[in-house]
Design a protein around this ligand. Sequence first.
Ligand SMILES: COc1nc(N)nc2c1ncn2[C@H]1C[C@H](O)[C@@H](COP(=O)(O)OP(=O)(O)OP(=O)(O)O)O1
Length: 162
Amino acid sequence: MIEATLCFPLRNDGGDADEVLLIEKRRGLGEGWYNGPGGKLEAGETPRECAVRETREEVGLEVTTLEKAGELTFLLDGEGHTRCHVYRTRSFAGEPTASEEAYPEWVPVDDVPYDRMWDDDHLWLPGVLEGETVAGEFRFEGGEPLDEADFVDHDLEWDVSF
Ligand SMILES: COc1nc(N)nc2c1ncn2[C@H]1C[C@H](O)[C@@H](COP(=O)(O)OP(=O)(O)OP(=O)(O)O)O1
């Protein structure tokens, strides 16, 4: 099973609202959709190290003090396909900049473009952005690649300890 990460940097807009840093993915799995910065673990790397590296590589932000917010398992045709470790943070340095992999964009947390994201995201990301923790299993069918398969059903457990 592929081990991967997602990282959601959060900031206050200076008023009452929070914003989350999303990327518009420019290549690979989920190309053209919004997501958090993230990617696959490299050999010998922990999920947390991966989330820090991928956020640096994709948008040039140095994130620290990551809080684990979720562990999501994506099944394709009944087989484990990807386990995704989800983090959020309010600690970072630098300004987001575009890379070959991603265009970054600060988005109000109550205006996340779920219609331009993976079909499962609207089920778990709102809770994650509100500070909750979640474990989820999401079932897809239709063969590779995962981003062309159909999302079928899911199970979620909230308030999980990591
Ligand atoms: C199935 O639902 C998914 N939802 C969401 N929100 N994100 C997902 C889903 N499935 C996979 N992902 C994430 C996990 C990773 O962050 C990316 C895919 O990463 P990629 O394959 O592009 O990994 P990289 O290491 O960045 O790729 P390179 O080999 O191009 O460096 O999607």
